[in-house]
Design a protein around this ligand. Structure first.
Ligand code: MG
Length: 402
């Protein structure tokens, strides 16, 4: 492999969109190293693609940096990982992929070179295997770069430390002098790029702070965070894949009008009026869709099925439910349970309740016991009490898949 030359980005997942930054905010880019095979983790494949808290480790790492104010992200990936990486990062803008090198240092170098066309002011260099970067750490790092050219997060060592040799204690180590070093490590972009370009040392350089120091850059320490621990062993994933529960709520109203069919909870209900509006105006399913989308962090029904789009006119709302469930599954969740309340004076819901529950369970792909349908009136008060419309509200929980 021609390791010494810049590599072209393999794929731009989306056109780079500049972050809306104030004039005083420096532009922060990131290079994430995700080229390793992660064999120590005891997973089926590379650990950056293993599910952790409902998403892949790599996606979580990118999202955490973005939430901390980071703009463009370049991910250095290994051989034959392009498709998987593009898939797992789908929908996140300003992310690009580059081929990593034979060593970590060369992978970082490739990532830095990929940013050279539009150089950022600051760059964070990060391991994909540390997916839970708190925004506070990014804040401490960038603050430190106002007076230094490099900054790294660290934590004190709490265990006793020794030097070992040949399976035996050699001599005690002074833990006061030792620190646990984490990533992301932060640098002035132009400086760390130059340092990597001139690096002549051991190709398996432990981290970028070493490369920076070899180039004469001062590297200061900022406080790290236990959340930045590296996911290394199988138990790291087991501990973190305990069910993560998410909740969403949905509420909807449609007007009752003579001459319309009444669809409620995916069923055609005989009545002298029907609901008017978007699609088949199934107010109950619309509330369920919004609850599922809400729990999945996927916006609302109007964003996915805009009323202005003619393809949804008269569409069965069952399709919206199936789409919302598919989105939740793509985000790593299955339906935990759904509880629906229909609010109207008429028709009576009781006679249809069992059929509604069965239809809802079918659409959600759950057992009957995961679905509940309730009904109430509003004591003849308000628009529902006057029979002018029907309201529905729903709560959904999602459970992270293994
Ligand atoms: Mg609606």
């Amino acid at each position: 492999m021609d390791c010494g030359h810049p590599r072209k980005p393999l794929a731009a997942l989306a056109m780079a969109a500049d972050r809306p930054l104030g004039p005083a905010s420096p532009e922060i880019a990131a290079v994430i190293v995700a080229a390793g095979m992660g064999v120590r983790a005891g997973q089926d494949g590379p650990k950056q693609f293993t599910r952790w808290r409902g998403k892949t480790v790599l996606r979580a790492a990118v999202e955490a940096l973005r939430a901390g104010g980071v703009g463009p992200v370049v991910v250095a990936i290994g051989k034959d990982m392009e498709h998987r990486a593009a898939q797992t990062l789908e929908g996140i803008d300003s992310v690009s992929l580059v081929s990593g090198g034979a060593t970590r240092q060369l992978s970082v170098r490739a990532g830095l070179e990929a940013l050279a066309g539009k150089p950022p002011e600051l760059v964070l260099i990060h391991d994909a295997a540390r997916p839970d970067c708190p925004a506070e750490v990014i804040g401490r790092l960038t603050a430190a770069l106002t007076s230094a050219r490099g900054a790294i997060p660290n934590l004190p060592v709490v265990d006793s430390m020794i030097h070992a040799a040949s399976g035996q204690m050699h001599r005690p180590a002074n833990r006061e002098e030792l620190r646990r070093v984490q990533t992301p490590q932060a640098f002035i972009y132009a400086d760390i790029l130059a340092a990597h370009r001139q690096w002549q040392g051991e190709p398996n350089a432990g981290d970028d702070a070493q490369v920076a120091q070899a180039a004469g850059m001062e590297v200061v320490l900022v406080e790290g965070d236990e959340r930045l621990r590296k996911l290394t062993f199988a138990q790291d994933f087991m501990a973190s894949t305990l069910p993560s529960i998410r909740t969403g709520t949905g509420f909807d109203v449609h007007r009752l009008t003579a001459g319309e069919e009444l669809w409620l909870c995916g069923l055609h209900i005989p009545h002298d009026k029907g609901l008017a509006g978007h699609s088949d105006a199934d107010v109950a399913l619309h509330a369920v869709v919004d609850a599922v989308l809400g729990a999945a962090g996927q916006g609302d029904i109007g964003q996915h099925f805009p009323p202005s789009d003619p393809q949804w006119r008269g569409a069965p709302s069952a399709r919206f439910v199936e789409h919302a469930v598919a989105l939740a599954q793509a985000a790593g969740y299955t339906i935990g349970n759904v509880d629906l309340t229909i609010i109207c004076e008429a028709p009576k819901i009781g006679p249809h309740r069992d059929a509604m529950r069965a239809r809802l369970a079918e659409l959600l792909g759950t057992g009957l016991d995961a679905v509940n349908v309730k009904a109430t009136t509003t004591e003849r008060l308000g628009f529902t009490g006057r029979g002018e419309g029907i309201a529905a509200q729903a709560v959904a929980t999602l459970v992270a898949q293994e």
